[in-house]
Design a protein around this ligand. Structure first.
Ligand SMILES: [Zn+2]
Ligand SMILES: [Zn+2]
Length: 337
């Protein structure tokens, strides 16, 4: 089955909160960057979304948009996407956040923890995640890369480890990249990009939301990745939930390609290699490739003793002078007993 990938941005602001973009400017910037999808997440308001349907690129379906909001509180920032109504967050406290997340779920919204390790007070009140979530099944994703140059930030490493800890505890939870876009960037800025992977040739609002909810996406500093497990004529991909036995002795097929996004083409990428984990066990590491000039493919056969939990891939390398850093982080295929 042919698969289609769509670069999207799920964390962006306008003049309806503290961004510099008008709604129209944000959409135009997103289209020219190459995004196929965009979620508006102003601080504590979704008002800007009302302007979106009248923007030409939205009318023309050059870009698919969803509404959202960034709960901006003293105890953390939380992204809520496409809820049927704005759940009232104002009474949420560090020990009652589960109740509010559950209400978002009842309203068919998605929950993402934004920049969990950003510096909090007095630099940025509430930017650090201080909520004590009891049940991480209520969280759809953790934003492990926030804003520009995520590869240079210690917060990215802490957030990545925070995400892995939840995965290793058995939660089905994705990692995301949020540009936290507020204003036009300088030319030397690089950012993490979220790529949805779908079987559908056309992105719709429903596919956009479903892919985010199911974890059918990876995040990247540029290159694109195709990661598939093929077994007995069946194909499995990120976001699938399958029995371990269905993947055992299956063949992993991976293809990495240079970025297709103009703004990211010139950044230096070296010493690239691929890693695959079954839970916290590293089960495959490719050779290191000096550079990524064309397609890089890597295949291997999975063992016959996979453990329940997850299977996930990563591409690492040197990026703009940061050594041995995650370049692509794939969301898991979840394995059940
Ligand atoms: Zn924030
Ligand atoms: Zn934000």
């Amino acid at each position: 089955m042919k698969r289609y990938q769509y670069p999207v941005e799920v964390h962006a602001h306008t003049i309806h909160s503290d961004g510099q973009f008008t709604v129209e400017e944000l959409i135009e910037s997103a289209v020219s960057f190459g995004y196929k999808g965009l979620i508006l997440t102003d601080h504590n308001t979704s008002a800007g979304y009302l302007e979106m349907p009248s923007v030409q690129a939205v009318k023309d379906e050059d870009i698919i948009t969803l509404h959202g909001i960034e709960w901006t509180t003293y105890f953390g920032h939380m992204l809520v996407h496409d809820a049927d109504y704005d759940v009232d967050w104002r009474e949420a406290t560090p020990t009652t956040i589960d109740k509010y997340m559950f209400e978002v779920q009842l309203a068919n919204g998605l929950v993402g923890i934004a920049h969990p390790f950003d510096i909090g007070s007095p630099i940025c009140t509430g930017c650090h995640w201080d909520y004590q979530v009891e049940n991480y099944d209520l969280v759809d994703y953790i934003e492990i890369w926030n804003s520009n140059q995520p590869q240079e930030k210690s917060e990215s490493i802490l957030a990545y480890e925070f995400w892995l800890d939840k995965l290793n505890k058995g939660y089905e939870i994705s990692c995301s990249a949020g540009r936290d876009w507020h204003r036009p960037d300088t030319e030397d800025a690089n950012m993490g990009v979220t790529y949805l992977e779908l079987n559908e040739e056309k992105l719709t609002q429903d596919h956009f939301k479903d892919a985010l909810q199911n974890g059918q996406y990876y995040i990247t500093l540029g290159p694109t990745a195709y990661f598939t497990v093929e077994n007995k004529d069946l194909l499995f991909q990120m976001g699938d939930r399958v029995h371990c036995s269905m993947l055992e002795e299956g063949k992993i097929l991976m293809t990495i390609k240079p970025t297709e996004l103009e703004a990211l083409k010139d950044f230096e990428l070296e010493n690239i290699y691929i890693l695959v984990w079954n839970n916290d066990q590293l089960i495959f590491q490719s050779e290191t490739n000096k550079e990524l000039s064309g397609e890089l493919t890597s295949n291997f056969t999975l063992p016959n003793n996979l453990s329940a939990g997850y299977l996930r891939f990563e591409v690492r390398g040197d990026y703009r002078g940061t050594k041995d850093t995650p370049i692509i982080v794939g969301n898991p295929i979840y394995l059940r007993e």
